[in-house]
Design a binder for this molecule. Structure first.
Ligand SMILES: [Zn+2]
Ligand SMILES: [Zn+2]
Length: 308
């Protein structure tokens, strides 16, 4: 019998990275569109999208929004680092932290990068362009790590030593992918940025989510914001969804836990507290993601909410 060990790594900012068994998920950036620091968002956090996933001792990172800088600081304690980075897409809020991920600069580290876009360009080109003068002083050729880039297509399967990733295209300007990560009988789906269809369910997404232990979903807008009600202007066509649409997907696909994610930069802690409370009325096993939230997929219960 193989006994796996649980070990805890502390970094300078006291963030903790846990791994060693099953599927572990940690949120380093939960915000959409643009970083939103300040006292009103200090609880949930203002960093943009970055999620760390451990399948046993294998590392997966989804997106390199500004939250990835802190994850990078944590990983610097466990050199050499080998991992897979999945890009949902390459909008700014999902790649802004890429140049600031310290492990990229260390020889001996290895990363394989997967992503895609609906435009005739590659993920590698987009990430290189982001780090090009005069907009950015350091080019990717200063990275010391061994980095490989792969452009994914619908239907593709990505494999680790002990995990499998399937993907589905989402309804989002310039293209976006949802990822389903499976390991030791557990499944996690990451689905942001994903606008819903008003007239029909997204069959691709529901199929991808079927029976998943947890769904991380784009709950950026309220219904009023999305549909332009009660004095709001409409956000239709901006590429994002709502908590209520996330509940519909979770129910249709028999998902066990719903994690509200990609919070709007204008939503402060109190506002997100209300959205979470409404979500729990509709789908009790839901929680609003916040920086530092950790979820162990082997546990039936959700961890404590920021607001409990
Ligand atoms: Zn986004
Ligand atoms: Zn986007």
């Amino acid at each position: 019998m193989i006994v796996t060990l649980l070990w805890i790594v502390y970094n300078a900012d006291s963030f903790i990275s846990i791994r060693g068994y099953g599927v572990q998920v940690k949120f380093w950036g939960v915000r959409g569109s643009i970083p939103s620091g300040g006292p009103e968002t200090a609880g949930v956090g203002g960093n943009t999208t970055c999620v760390e996933i451990r399948c046993g001792d294998e590392l997966i990172i989804i997106d390199t929004g500004t939250g990835v800088r802190y994850l990078g600081m944590s990983l610097m304690k466990e050199m050499p680092v080998k991992g897979t980075i999945l890009f949902s897409h390459v909008h700014w809020d999902h790649i802004q932290g890429f140049p600031f991920f310290a492990p990229f600069f260390v020889p001996g580290n290895e990363f394989r990068i997967y992503g895609g876009t609906s435009l005739p360009t590659t993920v590698e080109d987009v990430l290189n362009q982001q780090m090009t003068p005069p907009c950015f002083p350091v080019k990717t050729d200063l990275f010391g790590a061994n980095i490989t880039y792969h452009d994914v297509k619908p239907g593709e399967i990505i494999e680790g030593n002990n995990y499998k990733v399937t993907l589905a295209p989402l309804f989002h300007p310039n293209g976006c992918y949802a990822y389903r990560i499976e390991h030791e009988g557990k499944a996690l789906v990451f689905s942001t940025d994903c606008e819903h269809y008003e007239d029909r369910p997204n069959k691709n997404l529901i199929e991808l989510c079927q029976g998943a232990d947890a769904l991380i979903y784009d709950a950026q807008y309220t219904e009023d914001e999305y549909y332009g009600l009660n004095g709001q202007f409409s956000r239709k066509g901006w590429g994002h969804s709502t908590m209520r649409e996330g509940v519909k997907v979770a129910e249709a696909a028999n998902v066990k836990k719903l994690i509200l994610f990609h919070h709007d930069p204008s939503h402060d802690d109190n506002f997100i507290k209300q959205i979470e409370a409404e979500s729990r009325q509709l789908f009790p096993q839901s929680i609003a993601a916040y920086e530092g939230l950790q979820i162990d997929l082997s546990q039936n219960a959700l961890p404590k909410s920021l607001f409990d």
